[in-house]
Ligand binder design. Structure first.
Ligand SMILES: [Fe+2]
Length: 405
């Protein structure tokens, strides 16, 4: 049997597996400055002591101070661990786990971007198994008897959705990024505080925004049975990005737009949990890793070519999304509605300053790239399985930034 046929046969397997994984259903607290409520959240939940985990950058910006003030005001004991790096290693996570166990905390406050949030998932799981080495926990799945320590997630960026996703991406013992699904992840609260994202550089805002949009969009197109409520959240993620990201280009301190982007990212995280992602991510992960391109920028390169390529098979879903986002009417021809959504996507990329095409991509790398894309895509639920020839054609389109006939 060819590898293509095998991939085609197991295409729906990740969808079945992810359905069986319990997902956190946190209480969402949002608003500018809402991290001041963390102390009360702890007190109301009955937590007596907390470990605040963050990274050096967020710590140096002082974003943790309002949280610590609120913990003190509510009589919650705390310790701070601010050593998380952008590429979290086993050693750093082990230190974080030791801090949690050593202080006997009953909850983790995760303040930061995707790296901090993902590290906290492993720390919260590891704290329940203090005798197990962290390196031995990092497998495809971590199974926690009962649940992890409770996590209050306070994302400092609006993009990854890591505040709610069950997977944690950290470096394994060989220094290679690996994704581990935490079974029993216990995120009890998500605090969406736009004050944390308001000072972000434009590049961070647009890269994160593209990432969030791609999670919602790929969720809408995924070949997986899901509830209407979850589908609605994925569509809302896309609509919120279309409406609010351009506002942040002209007015970066628009609080409403910032708050809406944080909500979009959260809905995008829900989409990953419930619908997984697809080929946009398989291409972006591969091109990003191979040519050292940030995730959001790689997503922006791949979005239009990959989604356009899947248009015929996803026509209904794209047309519905176009209507939901206000780019088409219910009565419009489906192909025309789908085209309007794609045109809006191109326009959004232009507004955000993304250029088409990528000179770094070299045809001589195609063999390696194709095998990486194939390996990554088997973890997702794309609407169809692409052949090697189709993947190469798409690589051509991403490289040139134009359609290849
Ligand atoms: Fe992503």
């Amino acid at each position: 049997m060819s590898l293509y046929l095998l991939r085609k046969m197991i295409r729906k397997l990740p969808g079945f597996v992810i359905k069986a994984v319990p997902k956190p259903e946190p209480v969402v607290v949002d608003g500018f400055g809402s991290r001041e409520k963390v102390g009360k959240i702890c007190a109301d939940a009955g937590y007596k002591s907390a470990l605040l985990v963050t990274d050096k950058t967020v710590y140096s910006l002082g974003y943790h101070e309002k949280i610590l003030d609120s913990l003190e005001a509510n009589g919650i004991k705390y310790a701070v661990f601010s050593n998380i790096a952008s590429e979290p290693t086993i050693d750093i996570i082990s230190e974080g786990r030791s801090a949690a166990v050593g202080c006997g905390v009953d909850c983790i406050i995760a303040l930061g971007g995707g790296s901090v949030l993902d590290s906290c998932k492993i720390i919260a799981a590891g704290a329940k198994m203090p005798r197990r080495k962290i390196k031995n926990l990092l497998d495809k799945f971590i199974y926690v008897r009962g649940k992890t320590l409770p996590i209050i997630a306070v994302p400092s960026t609006a993009g990854t959705g890591a505040e709610i996703t069950v997977a944690a991406v950290v470096n394994n013992a060989n220094g290679i990024k690996c994704s581990t699904v935490v079974i029993g992840l216990n995120v009890t609260h998500v605090v969406l505080d736009s004050e944390l994202t308001i000072g972000a550089p434009e590049s961070v805002t647009v890269y994160c925004g593209m990432d969030a949009l791609s999670h919602g969009l790929e969720g809408c197109l995924a070949d997986i049975k899901t509830t209407e409520e979850d589908l609605q959240k994925s569509r809302e993620c896309v609509r919120l990005v279309f409406r609010n990201l351009p506002r942040l280009i002209t007015t970066p301190d628009d609080i409403d737009a910032r708050q809406n982007m944080s909500l979009a990212a959260y809905y995008g995280g829900n989409a990953i949990n419930k619908q997984l992602v697809g080929y946009v991510h398989a291409f972006a992960h591969t091109i990003g890793a191979f040519y050292h391109i940030p995730h959001g920028k790689a997503i922006a390169l791949c979005l239009v070519p990959v989604v356009s390529f899947q248009k015929s098979i996803c026509m209904d879903k794209l047309a519905k999304l176009a209507v939901y986002c206000g780019f088409a009417r219910e009565s419009d021809d489906k192909a025309a509605a789908a085209d309007r959504l794609l045109a809006a996507l191109e326009q959004l990329l232009e507004t955000c300053g993304f250029e088409k095409g990528c000179d770094l991509i070299d045809r001589k790398d195609y063999k390696k790239l194709v095998s990486m894309i194939n390996a990554d895509s088997i973890n997702y639920s794309p609407p169809k399985t692409l052949s090697n020839k189709e993947i190469m054609r798409l690589l051509d389109e991403i490289r040139k930034g134009e359609k290849v006939l």
